[in-house]
Design a protein around this ligand. Structure first.
Ligand SMILES: NC(=O)c1ccc[n+]([C@@H]2O[C@H](COP(=O)([O-])OP(=O)(O)OC[C@H]3O[C@@H](n4cnc5c(N)ncnc54)[C@H](OP(=O)(O)O)[C@@H]3O)[C@@H](O)[C@H]2O)c1
Length: 260
């Protein structure tokens, strides 16, 4: 059983959805928290709630992770406090939906900065201390979209495929060095994600974010490389690529998303 008591956990995207639930669950398990997102007021009130509910010590870092130096700045702020991060949860992320040439290029670039660049850089920056201590946990949030070619969701789907492969490779690379990696792949989940992406969910029933985080923490306890969260059929969906050609899979996904 993974122990969180008195460990420092840094959670990006802690102001909402899955990141907020990760922060709450870890606080309940005795962790101390570094909460990162852009919404300062939300982070401040979350820190107060965690203090009140669980006596959690937490600090907040208000940061737009789409800025090129954001990860370095987060790392510098943490180092200034003298804290060593034991658990890193790269949760912050968003999607843009639409026929690719009609989508906003700048927004796509920001998505790459948050979903890929910041996640990669934070992993690179916080890993050396973990390696030195021969102990650490890094949880990266990908998506069910990492497994299937979802049309009108090209940059998002591709960004999450990156997160999935990146995390799985690092699981193997660091498995004998005391570092646990986990790639979390939720299907459609009831958060602000779809509102922000201005799209309808690809599934009619949205998973509860609490259940998704519970599934992720169970997978962490089993030292899985990745976990597909949500209802059981998400797991089947994730494996379709093993049995169908990629073209056929793309046609199925297109038909499914067109219906919606
Ligand atoms: N919900 C789903 O169906 C679903 C499915 C698969 C994967 N995911 C993934 O799950 C993760 C969490 O998303 P969610 O579903 O919980 O959505 P959410 O409720 O919209 O939360 C997204 C979080 O990311 C933060 N964020 C977004 N842009 C940021 C930026 N530029 N700088 C810093 N923080 C930023 C937001 O904080 P601020 O706005 O305060 O900055 C917020 O805390 C994402 O990586 C998403 O891709 C979600």
């Amino acid at each position: 059983m993974v122990q969180f008591k008195d460990k420092w956990a840094l959670v990006t995207g802690a102001s909402s959805g899955l990141g907020k639930i990760f922060a709450e669950k870890l606080a309940a398990a005795g962790a101390k928290l570094i909460l990162v997102a852009r919404s300062e007021d939300v982070l401040k009130s979350l820190a107060l709630v965690l203090k009140h509910e669980y006596g959690t010590q937490s600090i907040i870092i208000v940061k737009d992770l789409s800025n090129p130096n954001a990860a370095q700045e987060v790392f510098a702020e943490v180092k200034n406090t003298g804290i060593t991060v034991d658990i890193l949860i790269n949760d912050a992320g968003f999607g843009t939906y639409g026929h690719f040439h009609t989508t906003d290029l700048h927004r796509n670039e920001q998505m790459i900065m948050v979903n890929i660049k910041a996640l990669t850089e934070l992993t690179h920056l916080f890993l050396p201390d973990m390696v030195a201590k021969k102990s650490g946990i890094i949880i990266n949030i990908a998506s069910l979209a990492a497994f299937v070619p979802i049309q009108n969701f090209a940059v998002y789907s591709a960004s999450k495929a990156y997160v999935r492969l990146f995390t799985e490779i690092l699981w193997h690379e660091y498995k004998n060095e005391g570092i646990q990696f986990l790639c979390v792949c939720p299907g459609s989940t009831d958060t602000n994600f779809f509102r922000n992406a201005k799209m309808k969910p690809s599934q009619s029933i949205l998973a509860s974010p609490v259940k998704v985080v519970d599934q992720a923490l169970q997978a962490l306890n089993k030292n899985k490389t990745y976990v597909v969260c949500g209802p059981y059929y998400n797991k089947i969906y994730a494996q379709l690529g093993r049995f169908l050609t990629r073209n056929f899979l793309a046609r199925i996904i297109r038909a499914k998303t067109k219906r919606r």
